[in-house]
Design a protein around this ligand. Structure first.
Ligand code: NAP
Length: 370
């Protein structure tokens, strides 16, 4: 039985991964050892897994890590930077599976999303590659949504606007959005009940609260509630792009192993949603296809795609983060031709960034290895 170490399993991506593995009974075929950067020595009492270590191990204990066949980490880039290179330098030959972004650019690291690049992953396993990284959440969700168009080489270019949930930035950010909601909410009941107050006075009062010095914004720096943030991650030198926007083209082409770069660019925006990312695509195809044709191509690519008819009722009920959160479904709707050009059309998609956007590709990679 392979010895598999889990790091970062308490976090959002990690806990979604563990729940999926429990549901799919993946723990039956491995010996699981759980690590932590902050709570080592504690007993693991809340996980109902037969073949597991009894206590939490120190995630910086290199001797323990060295004994493992596979390490799967959802701890974040800082941890990866501190551990990965040192462990490899020590001669560790095991498989490293990671949710963090920093190894994705390495030549000998493969970005994994098996419904899209299974053959490529298998080829690289056979070649002895040992480092497999989950893709950026919006990239993986885009590929899952538009897989059929990519597979049939139909795409000339894509322009995208994202609507990314607070949880995409990590648990601290998600908590801060909830604190922002709470901060505003506590003053609302008295305002709403007072029929003599004009609605715009209420709006002004809320704006005043949001801009007060006590408002919780250590992580986002600004209010996300009643607002949005059209900037995600750091600036890329001179291009005007953010790192999140840069990943769209780089990671997509790396996952697809394209000979000729498919141009992808746009603006990534953080919105006041708790979970699940949405994306609005303008797509230029290299062929004039009917909407029915496009819909069939998208629908037949993978079983998680759910086509939402382009009407008011279906759209507001099923093409939303609140409907999709917690599901593996990739909802795709608003498919229509655009006036801009006969080969240009729009698509709106929603997917849970903690499932297909983060943990599910890692879980499936682990399964491929065991
Ligand atoms: P996270 O929820 O912030 O968790 C990271 C670590 O924080 C945990 O493993 C845990 O480590 C520690 N932690 C401290 N206090 C905690 C608490 N109260 N509850 C749970 N954990 C706590 O991070 P994440 O969002 O899962 O992201 C992990 C990695 O996945 C990052 O590299 C991120 O970029 C990547 N990723 C995230 C998403 C997403 O949607 N969030 C999507 C794709 C990729 P210890 O047990 O060691 O203390």
């Amino acid at each position: 039985m392979k010895k598999v170490g889990f790091v970062g399993w308490r976090g959002m991506v990690g806990s979604v991964l563990i729940n999926r593995m429990l549901k799919k009974k993946d723990f039956n075929n491995i010996h699981a050892i759980f690590f932590t950067t902050s709570q080592y020595g504690k007993l693991i009492s809340n996980l109902n897994i037969k073949n597991k270590s009894k206590k939490l191990e120190n995630a910086y204990n290199f001797e323990k890590l060295f004994e493992l066949d596979i390490i799967i980490t959802c701890q974040g880039s800082q941890y990866t930077n501190r551990v990965y290179f040192k462990l490899r330098k020590m001669g560790w030959q095991g498989y490293w599976i990671d949710a963090a972004a920093n190894l994705r650019t390495l030549d000998n690291a493969i970005i994994v999303l098996d419904p899209i690049n299974l053959e490529y992953i298998q080829q690289k396993i056979n070649m002895g590659i040992k480092t497999f990284i989950g893709g950026n959440c919006t990239v993986s969700l885009m590929l899952m949504a538009l897989g059929g168009l990519f597979k049939n080489n139909l795409i000339d270019w894509i322009s995208v606007s994202t609507y990314q949930a607070a949880s995409g930035a990590g648990s601290k950010f998600m908590k801060e959005l909830i604190c922002q909601i709470q901060y505003v909410y506590k003053n609302i009941p008295s305002l709403i009940k007072n029929s003599s107050i004009n609605i715009l006075d209420i709006e002004q009062e809320i704006s005043k609260q949001i801009n007060s010095s006590n408002f919780p914004k250590n992580n986002f720096h600004v209010p996300l509630i009643n607002s949005l943030i059209p900037w995600i991650d750091k600036k890329i030198d001179n291009s005007g792009q953010t790192k999140e926007e840069w990943k769209g083209q780089f990671e997509t082409n790396k996952i697809l192993n394209t000979n000729k770069i498919i141009p992808i660019d746009g603006i990534c925006v953080r919105v006041a949603t708790l979970r699940s990312h949405s994306q609005s695509f303008t797509i230029k195809l290299n062929k004039d296809l009917s909407i029915d044709n496009i819909t069939n191509i998208l629908n037949s690519h993978n079983k998680w795609v759910k086509i939402i008819p382009n009407n008011f009722n279906d759209t507001i009920n099923f093409l939303t983060p609140s409907f999709i959160s917690g599901k593996l479904d990739i909802a795709i709707g608003r498919i229509k031709k655009l006036n801009i050009d006969k080969n240009c059309f729009s698509i709106f998609s929603v997917g849970d960034q903690l499932l297909w956007g983060a943990s599910e590709p890692l879980r499936r990679m682990l399964k491929l290895l065991i």
